[in-house]
Design a binder for this molecule. Structure first.
Ligand code: URA
Length: 211
């Protein structure tokens, strides 16, 4: 399923990010803030378990705590820009990494790094794959396929902006994976950039340009 997380604060922050005049500092801040706002909504269906605590009044009361592990998997490098925003709300989450780069000729993703936590149950954990731009969908598709081969089960894909091509690719190949976006954009341009989009997310997060 595709979910667009439609909130005025997300729209305002995303609009600032789209502007070519926004600095990398502001871009990075907004991306993390949007990641926090999105994960707040996405974890609405998170299954908690009871936890009893004693208050300063000496009274026991039953509240809630986390029931299973949450693993954030940023697709390098732009996915890194969403990690801190999620950790701000879920500080005990673990963070794995998948390194994929886009071949500039073929636009195909190439894997150069893979590391995920091994000491937790892959059946019970919630895996949040993060990458701001869902363009062709090739990177996210390959990352999710790799995670499944390695045994991970409950995978969600969290992106900032996506287009039909990438969305449909994931929904077709991974119907069990919910996709969460802040915005569905119009199209891909001839260089496979999202239009209107916000440019190269990695460059804008890290303040780099070109090769
Ligand atoms: N990756 C980006 O960083 N931007 C796009 O528009 C598409 C892919």
């Amino acid at each position: 399923m595709l979910y667009i997380i439609d909130h005025p604060l997300i729209k305002i922050k995303l609009t600032e990010m789209r502007s070519e005049n926004t600095s990398h500092k502001q871009f990075r801040t907004n991306l993390n803030e949007i990641a926090s706002l999105m994960v707040y909504e996405i974890l609405r269906d998170y299954k908690t378990k009871d936890l009893e605590v004693r208050t300063p009044l000496g009274i026991n009361t039953v509240g809630k705590t986390f029931n299973h592990e949450i693993v954030i998997i940023p697709i390098l490098r732009a996915g890194l820009g969403m990690v801190q925003g999620i950790l701000d709300l879920v500080p005990q989450a673990r963070v794995g990494h998948i390194g994929l780069y886009r071949d500039e000729q073929t636009f195909e993703p190439k894997e150069y790094f893979y590391k995920t936590p091994q000491e937790i149950s892959k059946n019970d954990s919630d895996v949040l794959v993060v990458d701001p731009m869902l363009a062709t969908g090739n990177s996210a598709n390959d990352a999710i396929s790799k995670l499944k081969i390695e045994g991970w089960k409950n995978i969600k894909l969290i992106c900032l902006v996506g287009v039909d091509k990438g969305i449909n690719k994931i929904l077709f190949n991974h119907p069990d994976v919910n996709i969460y976006l802040a915005s569905k954009d119009e199209k891909l341009n001839e260089n496979n950039y999202i239009s209107p989009g916000l440019g190269d997310a990695g460059d804008r997060i890290f303040g780099t340009k070109g090769k």
